[in-house]
Design a protein around this ligand. Structure first.
Ligand code: FAD
Length: 457
């Protein structure tokens, strides 16, 4: 039996970060196992990165068709070469996965390819091979949720994995679920010419965190790009090219040659044999952990999508780094309350902390500052004058409680609010920080100034 000081199962953003940090901290002999042939997990292989590659490529199509002329560019004979677009996406993924393999080698992390399962709390098996470890970290991630009346067939009813690689643009694509994954991929295919209908069960798209005012404008801007959006609609089935749904008891029908089911992801622990190790699960099937991500068996920890919390790559990474530090006896730090969430459409929708609606619902007294990108010159130069920044601060102390940003690159812009919040900054701190001109980040400063009713523009 091969023995290690640490074995990490799953080489996604949680697992590989954990293994790399452990190597930096000199935690001894480390193995990183994945059943995929490449490192990077869901995020790099079939998630965050390929979806952003397609979003970027398809945004160029929109630019060429709709905006190039006003920039003084005449583009004749424009054609979309889908195979070339998919190849570019695949080459980005290949470059990054091989980069991770090189990093693993440089850090002397042993990468093992294969599906791991527990034989007991200290022993794992991959095929016939047995491995033992003093510490084990489970980072097996998540898998798409399947609806019983819309079973994935890989062809007509698909998950995000297939929707990242359609070999032809669907004529009519129905997207079940209006969260980040459904909206991003729906927009990609709409930009490439598909008629896309997003069918969402909740009364709003974009998840429950975003405030009603931001979602209203977001919905309008997506509709203006051709997305049909049906909220409050419960999907009931699919039959012969028609998606069936109902709203208030009334039937709805949507013609669709493909259906992307993006209603969420479930923690993935299939075939892992957690019961053999005595690892307990929560009622929702995630691995039960304590504040230092220890499972019910203390030398087995769990991180990322497989434990409670938002299923986000940066959350998995923070878990991974902190767990390595805790195993090394150091003070790992994660601020789970300060987890930005972004939908990478155009405009992007970025949120962190407490929203205005949630604050008011909780009876909390807040001050809110809002600033429209329409009053920011750089936003106009960047074709990004839609949307706004909203800063939420405590009414008495002025401490920053949250931010919501709808706009181009909102995902980049929100980081500075997160940083200020990490250091318990106030709206005034943010407002008094110098922001270079002309940048779209000046809208963040202005929104912070607006909290104190002193926006300049
Ligand atoms: P994963 O990345 O899921 O990795 C788990 C790994 O474990 C997998 O590679 C799997 O093969 C392996 N594994 C499982 N079981 C075993 C076993 N028994 N033995 C060996 N290996 C095993 N998040 C963001 O923050 N930003 C985004 O923009 C974003 N976009 C997304 C777009 C899409 C289309 C999807 C599907 C997801 C997206 N996510 C995004 C979510 C993000 O991908 C996940 O939150 C993140 O990958 C979770 O990381 P993880 O390390 O917990 O698990």
């Amino acid at each position: 039996m091969e023995t290690y000081d640490l074995i990490v199962i799953g080489a996604g953003p949680g697992g590989y970060v954990c293994a790399f940090r452990a190597a930096q901290l000199g935690l001894g002999k480390i193995a990183l196992i994945d059943k995929r042939a490449t490192l990077g997990g869901t995020c790099l292989n079939v998630g965050c990165i390929p979806s952003k590659a397609l979003l970027a490529s398809s945004e160029h199509v929109v630019f060429a068709k709709k905006h190039a002329a006003e920039h003084g560019l005449k583009i004749a004979g424009l054609e979309v070469d889908l195979p070339a677009m998919l190849k570019k996406k695949e080459s980005i993924v290949a470059k990054m996965t091989s980069g991770l393999a090189a990093l693993a080698k440089a850090r002397k992390v042993t990468v093992i390819s294969g599906e791991a399962r527990f034989l007991d709390a200290k022993t794992l098996a991959i095929g016939d091979k047995k491995l033992g470890a003093a510490n084990i970290v489970v980072a097996t991630g998540s898998a798409p949720v399947e609806l019983p009346f819309l079973k994935f067939d890989g062809e007509r009813i698909v998950s995000s994995t297939e929707a990242l690689s359609f070999s032809a643009v669907p004529q009519k694509l129905a997207v079940v679920g209006g969260g980040a994954i459904g909206l991003e991929l729906g927009l990609v295919w709409a930009r490439l010419g598909a008629e896309v209908t997003v069918v969402e069960f909740l009364p709003q798209i974009g998840g429950p965190v975003a405030d009603a005012d931001i979602v209203r404008q977001y919905t309008r801007l997506l509709q203006a790009q051709g997305l049909k959006i049906e909220v409050g609609a419960k999907v009931t089935g699919w039959e012969k090219g028609t998606l069936h749904a109902e709203r208030d008891g009334k039937p709805l029908r949507f013609a669709a040659d493909k259906v992307l089911v993006s209603v969420g992801r479930r923690p993935f622990t299939d075939s892992l044999g957690l019961d053999k190790a005595g690892v307990a699960l929560t009622p929702s099937g995630r691995i039960q952990v304590d504040a230092q991500l220890r499972s019910s068996v203390p030398h087995i920890r769990a991180i990322g999508d497989v434990v409670d919390g938002p299923m986000l790559a940066h959350k998995a990474e923070e878990d991974g780094a902190a767990v390595a530090e805790w195993i090394a006896g150091k003070g790992g730090h994660i601020n789970w309350d300060l987890m930005p969430a972004i939908i990478y459409t155009d405009p992007e929708l970025a949120t962190v902390g407490l929203g205005e609606d949630a604050a008011k619902k909780a009876g909390r007294k807040v001050k809110v500052g809002k600033f429209n990108f329409a009053a920011n010159a750089r936003a106009h130069a960047n074709d990004g004058a839609e949307g706004f920044v909203k800063i939420i601060a405590d009414a008495e102390t002025d401490q920053l409680l949250g931010a919501q940003i709808l706009g181009k690159n909102a995902g980049e812009l929100i980081s500075e609010v997160v940083t200020h919040m990490e250091y318990h900054g106030s709206a005034e701190d943010l407002a008094r920080t110098i922001h270079a001109h002309p940048t779209m980040s000046e809208a963040v400063k202005e929104a912070a100034l607006a909290v104190g009713k002193s926006a300049l523009h």
